[in-house]
Design a protein around this ligand. Structure first.
Ligand SMILES: C[S@@+](CC[C@H](N)C(=O)[O-])C[C@H]1O[C@@H](n2cnc3c(N)ncnc32)[C@H](O)[C@@H]1O
Length: 355
């Protein structure tokens, strides 16, 4: 409400600026301001969420099938975000790093000339981002996810943001390196929503890298029954992803996506992750055991929401069907593995643009 300033004779001139004495300040109340201020309808009916209310709302995780899921853009990602899933992500991360011989990245980043800016898209529990922050203390690491499930105590050069990375990227800086890992089921188009945006957000000469589990189960010696429960489950999850407009098979498409988008010097390495401890080699046996735990821990979370939406199966039906899948996963007579693709490519340096 507008306030009248004291004028001459109000009995309150003592503190008034002498130059302004005898001058009456009158603030005329604009019609309507004495009570309810009508909002401009042209500015839209939706309140823009303040960062405070956003941070509360993004933590209000909806529950379904006895699990919790992300709250921001609720329903757009079908896998849970609760402690069971967070523990699984940490286990999966350790297994992948071990499979990669301890490496966090394959692009030719140099620890002597540190990348200045790193973006990790869909970071999960953020362990990769934190490890990169430790490795490159001079770099700024930005990591994004729909769920705020990252640790609070992180190196000072690592920052997490709740974000839907299928939205247009509006970062104030460009990046020297952009990374994705294990992002099956996150987007309808990895190429359009992520690879093209990564290309645009990178500095000329910067690197984009993806480390992706291909959800196509494989076997080289005929011990996997293609009609058996495990092979059927892996086919089902791909079909369910298609029905829900979420891309599940990404690894095997990466190389051509990178090249189509315009990356150069594109490299691809394919690893094999055994589904349990069936391999003779000690290292692969240990990795297989880790991956068996990863699959067993993730299986119901991968299945509930996606199979319910895609096939109309109830939670009880899904649980029953998973009994045989679990048995296959742990059967050392089935010599199955998942191909894991690592692809990295460079945005052409500025001089190449001029050619
Ligand atoms: C399987 S986890 C992988 C996390 C991490 N990259 C890793 O390797 O551990 C996939 C993550 O993608 C996030 N996600 C899914 N859709 C997303 C989107 N549209 N934008 C940002 N994050 C998304 C999920 O919340 C989840 O944490």
């Amino acid at each position: 409400m507008a306030r009248q300033q004291p004028g001459p004779g109000s009995g309150d001139e003592s503190n008034a600026d002498p130059g302004l004495q005898n001058f009456r300040f009158t603030f005329t109340a604009t019609p309507g301001t004495s009570g309810f201020i009508e909002p401009d309808p042209k500015l839209g009916g939706q309140l823009r969420e303040s960062s405070e209310s956003l941070s509360e709302s993004v933590q209000d995780f909806p529950e379904e099938f006895g699990r919790t899921y992300h709250a921001y853009r609720a329903g757009s990602y079908f896998f849970p975000n609760d402690s069971i899933e967070q523990e699984r992500l940490a286990l999966q991360s350790n297994a992948l790093r071990k499979l990669f011989g301890g490496r966090l990245y394959f692009a030719p980043l140099s620890e002597t000339t540190s990348p200045r800016t790193i973006l990790d898209v869909a970071t999960g529990v953020g362990d990769w981002a934190v490890q990169m922050g430790d490795l490159f203390p001079d770099a700024q690491v930005i990591a994004t996810d729909l769920s705020p499930i990252q640790p609070k105590q992180v190196p000072p050069n690592v920052n997490f943001y709740v974000e839907d990375s299928s939205d247009p990227w509006e970062y104030s800086q460009s990046f020297d390196y952009v990374h994705t890992r294990a992002i099956s089921g996150c987007w309808s188009s990895f190429e359009r929503q992520i690879a093209e945006q990564a290309f645009a957000a990178l500095e000329p000469g910067g690197w984009f890298e993806s480390q992706e589990v291909d959800c196509t189960i494989a076997c080289d010696d005929g011990t996997l029954d293609p009609e058996g429960p495990m092979a059927t489950w892996f086919r089902d999850i791909v079909v369910a992803g298609e029905r829900c407009d979420r891309c599940i098979v990404i690894g095997s498409t990466l190389r051509e996506v990178y090249e189509r988008v315009g990356f150069v010097d594109v490299h691809e390495r394919i690893f094999k992750m055994p589904t349990n401890g069936w391999a003779k080699d000690d290292g692969l046996k240990e990795l297989g055991r880790m991956w068996e735990r990863n699959l067993l821990q993730g299986l119901s979370g991968f299945s509930f929401s996606l199979f319910n939406r895609a096939f109309g199966r109830t939670a009880a039906e899904i649980e029953v069907s998973l009994v045989d899948v679990r048995r296959d996963i742990s059967d050392p007579r089935i010599h199955a593995y998942l191909p894991i693709y690592v692809v990295w490519g460079r945005k052409p340096p500025a001089s190449d643009h001029l050619k």
